[in-house]
Design a protein around this ligand. Structure first.
Ligand code: SF4
Length: 241
């Protein structure tokens, strides 16, 4: 629902909270097939059921007219949608912070343009630094491309870059500290997140692979002195030393 303040209408959810942050999925397609996300022969939505780029822009504009000040583009992989740079260029002129969640594969060629078109921050997925593991997790042999994309993003000078790593027991849980070190070397952030399937998953048992945040914390506690973060969300540990 919308409510008017003295000057403009604002978006309020059914619990009375003001909505200031919106995520827009621009496509369900992706150039990877992560085992925890979709099956190898994933069936995507018919194109006529997907909003056009113009519709997505109009939606984003309407949200900012209603006081939304943070827009995130997601997918699937948002940067594989044809014409997405044109959409991003227009959205970069809206009065809102613009963020993108990406698997990084398109960043070697797009990072500079994204920065130039007004993207403020990037979240980049990276689950493994080892080629064979990366290939097994994403069903794609393109770790080198993602690493080059992360370097290109670092060079482009975004306001913030954060790595998102999904940790799966028995698959990449031995890389938690290596991933932290990779992020620290580049002075970027890292978050360990839970898997979030987009479609049916076939060769992967979620219960068996689940790695809790307490377990990850324990691994990190062995290596680092952790402090509660002063940043939001509150009470997240940060690493010192
Ligand atoms: S997790 Fe991300 S990169 Fe992997 S298949 Fe799903 S949308 Fe693509």
């Amino acid at each position: 629902m919308t409510e008017s303040t003295s000057s403009q209408p604002v978006l309020i959810d059914k619990f009375g909270r003001r909505v200031e942050y919106v995520r827009l999925s621009v496509t369900d397609r992706c150039d990877f097939r992560c085992v925890y996300c979709m099956s190898e022969d994933m069936e995507f939505l018919p194109r006529e059921q997907v909003l056009s780029l113009e519709e997505i822009y109009n939606l984003a504009k309407s949200f900012t007219d209603l006081g939304v000040n943070k827009l995130r583009l997601t997918g699937g992989e948002p940067l594989v949608r044809k014409g997405v740079l044109g959409l991003i260029e227009k959205m970069g002129q809206l009065p809102a912070e613009l963020l993108i969640t990406t698997n990084g594969s398109q960043l070697p060629k797009m990072a500079k343009d994204l920065k130039r078109f007004g993207v403020d921050r990037l979240n980049i997925s990276l689950d493994s630094l080892q080629r064979d593991k990366f290939q097994r997790l994403t069903r794609s042999d393109r770790l080198h491309q993602v690493l080059a994309g992360i370097d290109a993003a670092c060079e482009a000078g975004f306001n913030g870059i954060k790595l998102n790593a999904v940790v799966l027991k028995g698959r990449n849980d031995d890389e938690v500290v290596d991933l932290v070190e990779f992020a620290r070397d580049r002075e970027i952030d890292i978050t360990f997140i839970e898997e979030m399937p987009l479609g049916a998953i076939t060769e992967h048992d979620r219960a068996e692979s689940y790695c809790s945040s307490d377990e990850i914390l324990e691994m990190l506690n062995k290596e680092y002195d952790l402090l509660s973060s002063t940043e939001k969300p509150a009470d997240l540990p940060s690493i010192t030393g």
